[in-house]
Design a protein around this ligand. Structure first.
Ligand code: KG4
Ligand code: ZN
Length: 336
């Protein structure tokens, strides 16, 4: 019998301080997330300085919490995996420096992990991967289509040229005076609203798997301004439903087309926007008509956490990848 691999994961790229322990890249032993949403709410978005300060305050408590009740001791940990980027540089640095200090003190190997690889590997905590695999990553900072032919290999086939999907949700929500983060509020309103406004769909040039949401965001803002000037009232729920219809249609159509073109064996969805009811429904309907299995993980694994970093870190660790004590935070790290 081969020995189990136990990886400690650390994630501090944005507004969640998270530490987790994962066994063999597939089984969560502990997964602790301290969210800062309440602190950022009154500013209508994440304030980088505040995020870094919170991470510094939280990291040791979250680390202790991850060991508590896990029945795992430091001796059993094989390596420490940490998000090295992309994200807010000051926030990332807290995780990277904590991981380096722990690796040095406990004499453990250190493995830097790309945040998006983490989001992808969140799915493997629920189901084994089948290659080739297509991943749609939709979060506050990312909108990407990634093709994987094997573990640890990432080919970016499409990405947003401007705003991320979640960012567009949050900006439109702000226009409608909804609290931060706005995605879940738009989702809730969209459910009761009707698609009465024909907002644009950014298909971009023929064959492109890239996305663009800033034109749609501007169209929503213009619509609201024009209606105000004319003294017309638009229902928030109808704006939400019309906006969401545009986002969901483009995400679903491009994911489906890419899945067919690359003849994938599995499609996975990751990131905070994967929680969107409209998107889940459309993706399920579209892939239900094909024989390509679709996997959308439960909410807790869709949003930022450290179990996903430990899961991705396991693959890198097993492939022999190691980071040195010169590991640095990289706000714009590329996925490769
Ligand atoms: O993955 P995540 O937790 O953090 C990032 O790495 O960005 O994603 C957060 C984003 C926010 O923009 C939030 O508004 C969006 O995910 N979000 C949603 C929903 N739940 C969260 N967007 C649309 N519908 C939802 N139900
Ligand atoms: Zn994320």
């Amino acid at each position: 019998m081969t020995k189990d691999t136990l990886i400690l994961g650390i994630e501090t790229s944005c507004d969640e301080t998270a530490v987790a322990i994962v066994k063999n890249g597939t089984e969560i032993i502990s997964n602790v997330v301290a969210s800062q949403i309440e602190s950022h709410k009154r500013f209508g978005g994440v304030v980088p300085e505040i995020a870094s300060r919170h991470h510094v305050e939280q990291i040791t408590h979250v680390l202790e919490e991850a060991f508590k009740g896990s029945q795992v001791t430091w001796d059993e940990i094989d390596a420490i995996a940490v998000t090295e980027g992309p994200g807010l540089v000051g926030a990332l640095l807290v995780g990277v420096n904590s991981a380096k200090a722990l690796a040095f003190a406990k004499q453990k190997p250190l493995v830097g992990v790309h945040h998006i690889a983490g989001h992808i590997y969140a799915n493997r905590l629920e189901k084994e991967f089948q290659f080739p695999l297509l991943a749609l990553i939709v979060s506050g900072g990312h909108t990407e289509l990634v093709l994987m032919r094997e573990h640890g290999s990432y080919e970016l086939i499409g990405e947003t040229r401007d705003d991320a999907a979640g960012e567009a949700y949050d900006k439109v929500a702000r226009m409608l005076n909804l609290p931060y983060p706005g995605g879940p509020h738009i989702d809730r309103l969209a459910e009761i609203g009707e698609e009465t406004i024909d907002f644009p769909r950014a298909w971009l040039e023929d064959g492109s798997y890239d996305f663009s949401f800033s034109g749609l965001k501007s169209a929503v803002i213009n619509k609201i301004h024009n209606a105000k000037q004319r003294g017309e009232t638009l229902k928030n729920e109808d704006i939400a439903a019309s906006f969401q219809a545009s986002v969901v249609e483009v995400l679903t159509a491009k994911t489906l087309r890419a899945a067919k073109e690359y003849n994938v064996s599995q499609v996975i969805v990751a990131g905070g926007v994967a929680a969107n009811k409209g998107l889940r429904k459309e993706l399920k309907a579209a892939f239900g008509k094909t024989d390509i299995p679709l996997l959308i993980p439960n909410m807790k694994l869709c949003t930022d956490n450290a179990a996903m970093i430990a899961a991705a870190g396991t693959i890198a660790f097993e492939a022999g990848r190691r980071s040195g004590m010169d590991l640095n935070a990289n706000a714009s790290l590329l996925l490769k």
